[in-house]
Design a protein around this ligand. Structure first.
Ligand code: ZN
Length: 184
């Protein structure tokens, strides 16, 4: 667990999650299911998981949604394009059959919230977003941008051309701290 700002914590894992205290407790992504005990324990060193009231999903790949079930008091948010991709082809949107079958979090459309701005950055998959938090100069970049590289573009809902546009869009964003979905 690493503290990125006075109200932001990074839970490092196979895929990273971020815990934010923004007047309510919110989580960006939920991590991979195989790391559930570790993720739960790290979050609970700060607050009980049932205090988290919103989970913002950068995208719906299995290693980002894998622990949705433990956030029993949370509402779940994803971009409308990701929600429609899931309806169209659940395996293609999630990339793991078991997770695709068992995932039934009611998803609400993700919009700007608590000073976090949604930036749509398709390419790695459809409806994937970054979240910009200007107040703390943090960019939560999901699987679009990693430190020095970017996410894969060879999945069912990937689009390499869209990825190029998305990376160009991110170059215009001002931030000091990159908070990616994976550490590479
Ligand atoms: Zn991904």
């Amino acid at each position: 667990m690493k503290q990125l700002a006075n109200n932001v914590w990074k839970i490092r894992g196979l895929s990273n999650c971020y815990l934010l205290d923004v007047g309510e407790w919110i989580l960006i992504d939920t991590g991979a299911e195989e790391e559930q005990p570790k993720i739960k324990e790290e979050i609970e060193s700060i607050i009980p998981v049932d205090k988290i009231t919103k989970v913002l999903l950068t995208h719906l790949h299995y290693d980002h949604i894998g622990n949705w079930k433990i956030f029993t008091n949370a509402k779940f948010y994803a971009h409308p394009d990701a929600i429609s991709a899931l309806a169209e082809n659940a395996f293609g949107a999630v990339l793991d059959q078991e997770t695709a079958t068992s995932f039934h979090a009611p998803l609400e459309p993700l919009t700007d919230i608590h000073g976090l701005k949604v930036i749509l950055t398709p390419g790695h998959t459809k409806g994937i977003v970054c979240l910009h938090y200007p107040e703390k100069k943090i960019l939560f970049s999901g699987d679009t941008l990693f430190d020095g590289t970017h996410g894969r573009t060879d999945f069912p809902f990937s689009d390499p051309k869209e990825m190029e546009k998305s990376l160009a869009k991110l170059k215009e964003i001002e931030y000091d701290i990159l908070a990616p979905g994976h550490d590479v």
